[in-house]
Design a protein around this ligand. Structure first.
Ligand code: GAR
Length: 202
């Protein structure tokens, strides 16, 4: 059973998709904790499912690295990133760059989902940036996290067409409809060994 630590910052619809998938005893993975950098509304999904949550705010620490150390410790308490089965950290809408020390500790067992076809439109405003650039197609990428901003090896992608007149919210919602099953399928593939993160290279 692959242990997951899920990190979120917002509404948590990707977290909800993972919770629904892992509720099935046949699914080869379980969520052991959900963490956030803020009082994310999505934490309520974890609480309702009886899964421990924690909030660790960067503003409470002197540096991003220190925040990352506390975040790592909170995850390790739940058995992810320690021992022979390292588990998996899933950044599912965490709107923070994870510090280098954090990435080095969990690497390569940490993935992120991003609402664009990387390497196009990295960063915090991927959907807005795709619209501003006049892209006719964007999508979603699940990738391994490295020390850069959305630069790690791509695992899975799905394209989503941009429709004339799309607002940022409309386009993001259509992306998320593809994103949720893609994230669940990627976690499943990692849990079964079909996808070997240790063998994935940029
Ligand atoms: C998702 O679309 C995710 O890809 C994006 O935030 C959304 C969270 O939605 N992440 C980023 O933009 C990271 N750069 P959710 O809270 O409904 O799961």
């Amino acid at each position: 059973m692959l242990k997951l630590a899920v990190l979120i910052s917002g509404g948590g619809s990707n977290l909800k998709a993972l919770l629904d998938a892992t509720a099935d005893p046949e699914f080869p993975s379980e969520i052991v904790c959900v963490g956030s950098d803020t009082d994310a509304p999505g934490l309520a999904y974890a609480t309702a499912a009886g899964i421990p949550t924690f909030v660790i705010r960067p503003s409470d620490y002197d540096s991003r690295e220190e925040w990352g150390q506390l975040l790592a410790a909170a995850i390790q308490e739940h058995g992810v990133g320690t021992g022979p089965n390292p588990g998996l950290v899933v950044s599912a809408g965490l709107m923070r760059i994870l510090p280098a020390g954090f990435v080095r500790w969990f690497s390569p067992h940490l993935i992120n989902t991003h609402p664009a076809l990387l390497p196009a439109f990295p960063g915090a405003h991927a959907v807005r940036d795709a619209l501003a650039a006049g892209a006719t197609e964007t999508g979603v990428t699940v990738h391994v996290i490295d020390e850069g901003v959305d630069t790690g090896p791509v695992l899975r992608q799905v394209a989503v067409p941009v429709r004339p007149g799309d607002t940022e919210d409309e386009l993001h919602e259509r992306i998320k409809r593809e994103e949720r099953p893609l994230l669940v399928a990627t976690v499943r593939n990692i849990a079964t060994g079909e996808l070997d993160l240790a063998a994935v290279r940029s």
